[in-house]
Design a protein around this ligand. Structure first.
Ligand SMILES: NC(=O)c1ccc[n+]([C@@H]2O[C@H](COP(=O)([O-])OP(=O)(O)OC[C@H]3O[C@@H](n4cnc5c(N)ncnc54)[C@H](OP(=O)(O)O)[C@@H]3O)[C@@H](O)[C@H]2O)c1
Length: 295
């Protein structure tokens, strides 16, 4: 597969980091509940190797997936990392023995989180670190993030982090962070049926900042819609491929990190970059969220 088929390329603003627009999210590689080892450790390694062999050069992770396990698998599968591979990690939480996700947002927690990622991945510096605001689960809530972003900016000055992003944030929090340091990407919950960030995506596109939807396929319960299935049937594609292609068409600053533990699903997801959607089809797909909002 030619690299250009992975949705084309995107350069994070003010950086020398250029990635294919279709990347890979590693959360599904941990065991159930993002806890413990995968059921099929060799399969997890195979997924990562296949992704990189196909041209994927953007992998999303967190040391609290597993915990440590997805980073360990990424290292096992891909270290020494090929030139040009961008690994994006996140801070803001840790895992407790009861599998909960307590906050880890003090200066000491954030610094320890950077060192954990460096140690487990086997790196001297992290390409991009997202500050993930835990707030109310998977929807952002207003509130200052200046203290945490200032800590990350200091770790960047020390050379441990190359670039900074944000996750689960509002437009006001992005503006607050940008007054402190450069922000290269925003990772929020968004997909064909969940479109709270439509205005934000357009604004970030104007600034050249990447928008990386988490749960591009709906997360633990993949998207289902009869319109989506109808469109997919007409195009000879799968609903998942259409959902991913719709995101690629939605805005040029959208980067995909669909998660999967299966090589077959990975191949299906990567092929979405070759799917062209007409203006009529895009309008039909836009109608899915519009119809849901009326309910
Ligand atoms: N910043 C944050 O707060 C945050 C939150 C959640 C996730 N993330 C990141 O975003 C990435 C993507 O999110 P996600 O993995 O949770 O959800 P997702 O990409 O929306 O969906 C993953 C689910 O879809 C299934 N799937 C994937 N490809 C498929 C296909 N071709 N056909 C059928 N089912 C398919 C997967 O199962 P199989 O394994 O069986 O394929 C899995 O159950 C994560 O991996 C993680 O890196 C970030």
């Amino acid at each position: 597969m030619s690299e250009d088929k992975l949705g084309g390329r995107f350069t994070f603003p003010g950086t020398s980091l250029t990635v294919q627009r279709i990347g890979y999210g590693s959360m599904q590689l941990a065991g159930p509940g993002v806890w413990g080892p995968p059921k099929d450790p060799e399969g997890a390694v195979a997924v990562l190797r296949e992704a990189v062999a196909a041209g994927v050069n953007h992998i999303d992770t967190a040391d609290y997936y597993g915990p440590h396990l997805t980073n360990q698998i990424i290292r096992q599968a891909l270290h020494p990392f090929p030139a040009g591979l961008v690994i994006v990690t996140k801070l803001g939480s840790r895992r407790a023995p009861d599998k909960s996700w307590p906050l880890a947002i003090s200066p000491e927690d954030l610094t320890a989180g950077v060192h954990d990622n460096l140690r487990v991945l086997g790196l001297d510096a992290l390409d991009i670190v997202n500050y993930r605001v835990m707030g109310s689960g998977h929807d952002p809530v207003e509130g200052s993030i200046a203290e945490q972003v200032t800590v990350l900016a200091e770790l960047r000055r020390e050379g441990l982090i190359r670039h900074i992003g944000l996750s689960n944030v509002t437009a006001a929090q992005i503006a607050e962070a940008r007054a402190i340091t450069d922000i290269v990407c925003v990772q929020n919950n968004y997909n064909l049926t969940y479109r709270h960030d439509d205005a934000l995506i357009d604004d970030l596109a104007r600034q050249g900042i990447a928008y990386v939807p988490f749960w591009p396929l709906g997360g633990f319960t993949p998207l289902q819609s009869s319109t989506l299935s109808d469109v997919a049937g007409r195009l000879g594609a799968t609903p998942i491929q259409v959902a991913l292609a719709w995101l690629l068409h939605r805005s040029p600053n959208i980067l995909l990190i669909p998660g999967t533990s299966s090589v077959a699903h990975l191949r299906e997801n990567l092929a979405a970059g070759q799917l062209s959607l007409s203006p009529q089809t895009l309008a039909e797909l836009d109608g899915i969220a519009a119809a849901e909002m009326k309910h």
